[in-house]
Ligand binder design. Sequence first.
Ligand SMILES: NC(=O)c1ccc[n+]([C@@H]2O[C@H](COP(=O)([O-])OP(=O)(O)OC[C@H]3O[C@@H](n4cnc5c(N)ncnc54)[C@H](O)[C@@H]3O)[C@@H](O)[C@H]2O)c1
Ligand SMILES: O=P(O)(O)OC[C@H](O)CO
Length: 323
Amino acid sequence: MTHTARIAVIGAGAWGTALAMQAARAGADVSLWARNPATMSAGRVMPRLPGFALPPTITVTSELPRQADLILLACPMQHLRATAAMVPACAPLIACCKGIERETGLMPLQVLTGLFPHSVLGVLSGPNFAHEIAAGLPAAAVLASPDRAQARRLADLLTTPAFRLYASDDPTGVQLGGAAKNVVAIAAGAAMGAKLGENARAALMTRGIAELARLSHALGGRPETLSGLAGVGDLLLTCTGQASRNYRLGLAIGQGTPAPQAAQALEGVAEGMATAPALYQLAQRHDVSTPVIATVTGLLAGTIDMAEASRRLLARPVGHEFA
Ligand SMILES: NC(=O)c1ccc[n+]([C@@H]2O[C@H](COP(=O)([O-])OP(=O)(O)OC[C@H]3O[C@@H](n4cnc5c(N)ncnc54)[C@H](O)[C@@H]3O)[C@@H](O)[C@H]2O)c1
Ligand SMILES: O=P(O)(O)OC[C@H](O)CO
């Protein structure tokens, strides 16, 4: 008899809820930990996923898992440390958030490694809007862990024909891709909001990828990861998909709304807001030039406006493309 995998999802935001639905589709026994489980019951529309009812196969709970085969941490990046610290080390843990911890400059796996030095750990990332995963539409993502065989084994627990979860042993490249794409999406949205044109957006996306490549190289990520789902794949989706909260944040800033008000008006978290300054500091520590990330950091902090942002980027010397 084959064992039914027990998957615990921690965090009932849009992504945690969608991942719980995907895990149930993959045949797992799924529990979804919510900070406020009273708002979620079978058949009822889910708070962070309007238009979707909670399937009866998912158990919503306020009890943290004591036994599981896999734990998916799907809270926002800035709450990963506090959320993970509550979870018993009873199973492999996968961080499903995208970003850099503001106070420490650490990536999700580094945060988890500090808390769970003896556990199997990984990250999940890729071009995935939660509402599309919830609807069962075709998509692909990457599960990365330092151990390639573990990555494949854990990815198999969530894979279905419509959700193709590739394995990777380059968590650094995967995490930098997920963090940087949100910052570049703010730049892309701002360019569109300020009516700078599609050419400007394409240029920002491409130069954003160049920044990501330099940073990843400095931190030991592999170049091919950046051309994969968690790199270019997610950057394309987030810089062009109107559903992206980071893109919409940038759009509002480009239209003249100050960043704090624009962020407050959003439904849900825009990870680029806290990650931009953290990524910029990380780049500075490694002596990596990241003008797009620096400009977004200035826009978000309110130290420059859209006109100055545009002026600064356009005033940069034009050298060799891959210098
Ligand atoms: N929504 C998506 O399409 C999507 C897709 C892939 C990855 N992600 C990533 O998943 C992560 C979570 O995003 P989301 O879209 O599910 O969030 P969300 O915007 O839907 O909701 C935010 C969640 O954070 C929780 N929260 C608020 N304060 C908290 C605290 N102090 N401690 C712990 N949790 C707290 C809220 O209860 C809520 O569940 C982010 O890193 C995001 O980049 C999101
Ligand atoms: O809505 P965003 O900008 O947080 O993007 C959601 C996902 O990360 C897209 O892959």
